[in-house]
Structure formats: structure tokens, C-alpha cells
Design a protein around this ligand. Structure first.
Ligand SMILES: O=C(O)C1=C[C@@H](OP(=O)(O)O)[C@@H](O)[C@H](O)C1
Ligand SMILES: C=C(OP(=O)(O)O)C(=O)O
Length: 444
């Protein structure tokens, strides 16, 4: 049955019921972009399978090719959402010593590439879309300068665009980085500093947010032969003389953050929804989102390479009060789940929402209020009280934020028709999202 109309850059999702479904997840963005960079720097050639095929990975792929890395496209089983490629590692040195790299709004491309290029040295100009130029990078630049990097801000101090120059000779072997704005700065340093061949100690100043993303970095570095010791995520030690060795064949897990929309649909509707490509062994922190759903009423079956979720229809969804620092991306999905609860729900410790694709606390507050919810926001939290009845036919603005578009699609499963403006913003991480979502829904 025809469910959705795309016109004038708006997608109309009618009030729908969800039926049981099996969804093949696109590859993890966080894993794809890390593996691409590590494989490009490796001593050897490797094949990457099930790589995410989306804007964020295209920016990384294009940048690596501009830097002179040879990449070949191999046949993929499902050409729509994944790529299989062969990467010829450049042995820790990019052939091109000058480049102009446009990186869109891809944090997982911008931050690690800044660090790697600044450590390797050369003349590189790194820029992105307007919003990327509002996303902070000063903490990373300062840490890199301690290690001898020469970087100039070409716009506002502390933000992209950046001009990178050849490194200075003097290198400090003990550096520090602030951890309270984005974990991607520490990830970037951990990926770049082994290229010097020298031993390094990195101290994290203050609180480190989004810790599970550091776990992803450490696990992938280990797969590429890089040892890192750390003490409670505060001090990280990199031994001297390390080189990247890629496993000959690498498989990318499904994206756990992308899974959150379908898993929430299973909880809201009670219908069994299966997501394929992740399981309990995933290295992605957003797997913890599923534990949060279990706490509030989901019935979860943890399979081999899949997870299935449902809920007994006579069991209401429990209101929640959660510190979501460890799952900043999937926590946006919880904000919509809150609309299915009878009482106020709180999502705390999410200050990083303010510096992502948009100010997500502001955007979420504005759009939830349009639906009739009572919303209280602070600098780092949001509290949501659902209305007795949701406003129908509301136009949800998406602020060029893929997660705004994806999580607000779930409103259509709450008995309310909704319009999603500029739905194509999902291209950042999940170009086929609306096809998959509408494919499991039938209008009431
Ligand atoms: O390292 C990563 O892959 C990411 C880290 C997180 O960012 P912060 O560390 O800025 O919270 C997350 O929100 C982003 O989508 C991906
Ligand atoms: C914050 C996100 O992206 P980025 O990798 O650009 O930081 C996200 O995908 O939610």
C-alpha cells in the first residue's frame, strides 16, 4: 500500500500501524570511517566489506583518494546501502602533500583527518558545510599543537575551516586534551600519534564524554596492530615503533544507532521487529540503547547477527529518567519514545547535543512542542511530558540533521499523521531509511 508522498521536500507519513519486519542495517558510520582511514594508512592492502554507503563515508573516501590513496570498488551483494572496496595502504604516508578537502558535516572524517594530516605534515585545507564551521575543534587543535603541529584557523578561532602546514621539529611526548566537548578529539589523537613512530602519553583533562566511542577506537586500533594502554579512560599510552597492519578482510557491523529507530518501533507497536547486522558482541556503544528499552518494557531476543524486539501489548511503556552520556545519538530516539509514556521522562547529561549536526536540545524542544508535548530544556538535559493527544499534521523541521528526520518518523506510529521536512538529510548516514521505515508500516 502507498504510504508516503514526497513533495516540495516534505514527506507525509500517515498515522500507521507497524507490522512485524526484518531490517538489514546499513554499516556503522563510526566503524566505516575509522576503518577507511586506518586501512589507507596501513602497510598492506585490505578488503573492506559492508562499508556504509552514505554522505559521511563518501567524504572520507573522496578525501583519501585526493590524498593519493588507491581505492578500488568491488562488486557488492546489496548495491544500495553498502560498499565493498579494496584499499591499497600507503604505509603511513599520504602520496599527496597538498590538498583541499571538503568534508561536509562528517565529524568522523573531519576530526581524525585533521589529526592525521597535522601529524604527517603537508599543506592541507580542510573545510565543510556552514554547520561544520560552527562545530568546535579548538581542543583538538591545541592538543595537536602540543605535539608539534602547525594549524591555522581560516575562519573563527576554535572552528573549521583549517589550514594545516608542515610540522615543527620539536614534539612534546606528553600531551593533554579536553574530553568534555567531543570524544572524537581523543579518537583523532589515538589514530594519528602512532604515525610518528614515537611513544606518547595522552592525558584527558576533565570529564571524558561519549566513552563507548573511545572503546570502538581502541578495539579497531587493536585489529590494526596498534597497542594502547589506558587507565580509567584518563591516561592513554602509545608505545614507540608501531605500524598499521590491516586485517586482509574486514567486515563492518550494522549501525547500532540506525537500528534504534526500528527497535523503538518494535517497542512502541509491540510488533516483533528484527534488525540484522548487530548482536550482543557488537563493539558499538549504542547497543546499550537496547538495555534501556528492556528496562522500560521491551522484550528483547539477542540472536546471532540479529536482535529482535517486541512488547506485550498489555504492558505499558514505563517512563524513564536516564543519564544518556554514553549513548548520545540513540538518546534522540528515546526522546520520541517518551511520547508513548504516560508521565514525564528525563534525558540527562547530553550537553554534546548542542554541538552536533544542529543544536539538538533546541531542535528537539521546538519540534516536540509543536506536537503538543510539554518540554523543559536545560544546557545539558531535556524533560518531556507527552500531551493527552498529539497534534496531527505537524510539519517537523529537520535542521539538516539526519537523526531529527529519522526519530520523528516514529510519531506516525503513535496514531498521528506527521510531515517530515527535507527528508533527504538522512543521506548523511542512512540514504534508504524512509524506504525501510515505510516498508514496515501500513496506514490506519
Ligand atoms: O566517534 C564517533 O564515531 C562518534 C562520536 C560521538 O560524538 P561525540 O564524541 O562528539 O559525542 C557520536 O555522537 C558521533 O555520531 C560519532
Ligand atoms: C553526531 C553525529 O555525527 P558526526 O559524526 O558528524 O559527529 C551523528 O551522526 O549523530
Amino acid at each position: 500500500m502507498k504510504l508516503a508522498n514526497i513533495s516540495m521536500n516534505t514527506l507525509h507519513l500517515k498515522a500507521s500501524i507497524c507490522h512485524s519486519a526484518s531490517i538489514n542495517l546499513p554499516g556503522s558510520k563510526s566503524i566505516s570511517n575509522r576503518i577507511l582511514l586506518l586501512a589507507a594508512l596501513a602497510e598492506n592492502t585490505s578488503e573492506i566489506h559492508d562499508l556504509l554507503d552514505s554522505d559521511d563515508t563518501h567524504y572520507m573516501l573522496k578525501a583519501l583518494m585526493n590524498l593519493g590513496v588507491k581505492i578500488e570498488y568491488l562488486a557488492a551483494e546489496d548495491k544500495k546501502s553498502s560498499l565493498n572496496i579494496r584499499v591499497y595502504g600507503c604505509k603511513g604516508k599520504f602520496p599527496q602533500k597538498q590538498a583541499d578537502l571538503f568534508l561536509g558535516n562528517a565529524g568522523t572524517a573531519f576530526r581524525p583527518l585533521t589529526a592525521v594530516l597535522a601529524i604527517l605534515g603537508g599543506e592541507y585545507y580542510l573545510h565543510g558545510v556552514a554547520r561544520m564551521h560552527e562545530r568546535p575543534i579548538g581542543d583538538l587543535v591545541e592538543a595537536l599543537q602540543l605535539a608539534g603541529a602547525v594549524i591555522e584557523y581560516k575562519g573563527q578561532t576554535g572552528f573549521p575551516p583549517l589550514q594545516i602546514y608542515p610540522t615543527r621539529q620539536t614534539r612534546n611526548k606528553h600531551i593533554s586534551v579536553k574530553g568534555n566537548v567531543s570524544s572524537q578529539f581523543l579518537t583523532a589523537l589515538l589514530m594519528a600519534l602512532p604515525l610518528t613512530g614515537k611513544a606518547y602519553t595522552i592525558d584527558v583533562c576533565g570529564e571524558l564524554i561519549s566513552k563507548p566511542y573511545i572503546t570502538i577506537t581502541l578495539k579497531l586500533l587493536k585489529q590494526f596492530g596498534i597497542q594502547v594502554k589506558h587507565k580509567d579512560f584518563q591516561t592513554f599510552q602509545l608505545p614507540a615503533g608501531q605500524h598499521y597492519h590491516a586485517p586482509p578482510q574486514i567486515f563492518v557491523e550494522g549501525d547500532a544507532s540506525s537500528a534504534s529507530y526500528f527497535l523503538a518501533a518494535g517497542l512502541i507497536s509491540g510488533k516483533p521487529i528484527r534488525v540484522n547486522g548487530i548482536d550482543a558482541h557488537s563493539i558499538q556503544g549504542d547497543i546499550a540503547f537496547i538495555h534501556e528499552l528492556e528496562k522500560i518494557g521491551a522484550h528483547v531476543h539477542w540472536g546471532e547477527q540479529f536482535i529482535k524486539i517486541s512488547r506485550c501489548s498489555d504492558q505499558p511503556i514505563q517512563p524513564f529518567d536516564i543519564d544518556a552520556n554514553h549513548i548520545p545519538d540513540a538518546a534522540m530516539t528515546l526522546a520520541i519514545v517518551a511520547l508513548a509514556c504516560k508521565e514525564t521522562c528525563h534525558i540527562r547529561n547530553i550537553a554534546s547535543w548542542r554541538v552536533k549536526e544542529t543544536d539538538r536540545i533546541e531542535a528537539m524542544t521546538t519540534e516536540l512542542r509543536k506536537l503538543g508535548a510539554h518540554v523543559m530544556a536545560t544546557e545539558d538535559s531535556i524533560s518531556i511530558t507527552p500531551p493527552a493527544k498529539l497534534q496531527a499534521d505537524v510539519h517537523i523541521q529537520t535542521y539538516d540533521d539526519h537523526r531529527m528526520a529519522m526519530c520523528f518518523s516514529l510519531v506516525s506510529l503513535l496514531g498521528t499523521s506527521v510531515y517530515i521536512d527535507d527528508p533527504q538529510c538522512v543521506n548523511k548516514t542512512f540514504p534508504e531509511y524512509f524506504k525501510a521505515f515505510t516498508g514496515m508500516c501500513t496506514p490506519i
